[in-house]
Write a protein that binds this ligand. Sequence first.
Ligand SMILES: [Zn+2]
Length: 243
Amino acid sequence: MAVYSFADAHCHLDSCAGILDPSILHITSGYSHQSNLLNLRIAQEHQNVYLCAGISPQEAMKHKEIKVYLAEWEEAIASKIADSGKLVAIGEIGLDYHWAKSQEERFLQHECFVSQLQLAERLSLPVVIHSRDAEQECIDILQNFSLPFMLHCYSGKHSLAEAAAGTGRALVSVPPVKSKERKRVVRALPLERLVAESDAPYLGKSPSDALASIKMIAEIKQESVEKVKAQTLLNTAQFFKIR
Ligand SMILES: [Zn+2]
């Protein structure tokens, strides 16, 4: 991993403009069938880019016949995308109750989430979780599986993050946005359970903004930026099995 300066554990390169920094290890993430394929192409073109492919809860709730589509979309992940050698996780998947208000929308998200957890099991891949206003529900469902999971852009309570980390198979990913509760989360977890992300272009502007997350972790934990760069890079590489 010495070739990289640090890792951005979660970004969306299909939506980012500009040239990629060769010193950053990028984990780009799909959220729909279309974006999975776009991210696949970017990962195939760049040595320092790996991808997560999945159907996000916001995408799932748009389709009343999610089961029909999902069969086709999951097949693409299990064949063409997995065969690339660049697929490192199923994600981002999960539940988003901020956007899903009706029972039907929540049901569609749930169907899609559980189906993809089974897909991850089948492919022996970890999962990247998107949860908003549904952290407890996501973690409850994950208890039924033995999958390693990364809580992307974690915005829940620190007690829940601690419980997740306590399972020994979770990473908590820190975006470049400060908040009181996020500070508690970073303080409560050992550095070995944390990674840094930009979530570019949505939270950070570009993957280099994962450095702001790293600096935030360093400040809260009173460690050097170099140490946090190295440890979060190692955590990212080990979780996604990148050599
Ligand atoms: Zn994202």
